[in-house]
Write a protein that binds this ligand. Structure first.
Ligand SMILES: CC(C)(COP(=O)(O)OP(=O)(O)OC[C@H]1O[C@@H](n2cnc3c(N)ncnc32)[C@H](O)[C@@H]1OP(=O)(O)O)[C@@H](O)C(=O)NCCC(=O)NCCS
Length: 211
């Protein structure tokens, strides 16, 4: 798409490709969410978008992607990438920032369809987001926030050497949950980067959208 250069952006890891989905692919991603992102009683996100009935989870995915594109601004952007393993969509990787040109700080978020979890994909997805942030965009730090009990998400962060950056108590519905923020500094990235090779394609024409 000529006038939305982000459609040219592609990140590849040994097993995965991350890129903006077409609407047909977005529908596939929505179906992965409908099939299940976490156990019914799990609390994984501040906005419990994946906790409702399947059709609601699917619609939340569609609307979230359309909203993120419509609301995009250089001072406040949210890149929501679909993750493909071959032809199969398996999940979503986010990278977002406010005033990135000034702060150099970005944050990540991710989810993998339940049927695809525990196979190392979340780790490769995070590596791709970190490579885009540090190597591609020149980030100075990247944060990730996970609820205290979210062992898988926190395990991924610890593989990359994130350090604790404070705990916030947040309300998810009527339940109070501790959200642990962790941060990876630019100086620490080179020690972890070689473990998952990431190729970034199509970034130069997108650069002015990020900073
Ligand atoms: C978090 C999430 C994206 C991770 O994706 P994934 O593909 O399952 O991640 P990986 O397979 O790369 O790695 C998960 C790591 O967590 C570890 N892990 C998972 N559950 C664990 C548990 N109960 N105890 C200890 N370690 C655990 C795995 O062993 C693995 O580490 P390893 O590779 O060293 O063995 C995925 O679990 C998910 O989508 N969860 C639901 C949504 C969610 O919580 N999103 C994040 C919100 S902050």
């Amino acid at each position: 798409m000529r006038h939305w250069p982000l459609t040219a952006l592609e990140l590849t890891t040994p097993d995965l490709t991350l890129r903006l989905p077409t609407d047909a692919e977005l529908d596939e991603l929505a179906q992965v969410a409908a099939d299940g992102v976490h156990a019914d009683d799990a609390v994984c996100f501040p906005q419990p978008w994946a906790s409702g009935p399947p059709e609601e989870r699917a619609r939340n995915v569609l609307q979230n992607h359309w909203w993120a594109r419509g609301d995009w601004a250089r001072h406040n952007w949210r890149l929501l990438l679909a993750v493909f393993r071959g032809e199969q969509v398996i999940g979503q990787q986010n990278l977002s920032a406010r005033d990135f040109a000034v702060t150099g700080e970005a944050r990540t978020g991710f989810w993998v369809g339940q049927q695809f979890q525990g196979q190392g994909f979340g780790t490769q997805m995070r590596a791709a987001a970190l490579a885009l942030a540090f190597d591609g965009l020149g980030a100075r730090r990247v944060t990730s926030t996970a609820f205290a009990h979210n062992t898988a998400s926190r395990a991924v962060s610890s593989k990359f050497g994130y350090r604790p950056n404070g705990v916030h108590r947040v309300a998810v519905g009527d339940v109070a949950v501790d959200a642990h923020e962790e941060v990876l500094e630019q100086a620490d990235w080179p020690s972890y980067a070689p473990r998952t090779p990431v190729e970034i394609i199509g970034l130069p024409i997108c650069m002015s959208l990020f900073r």
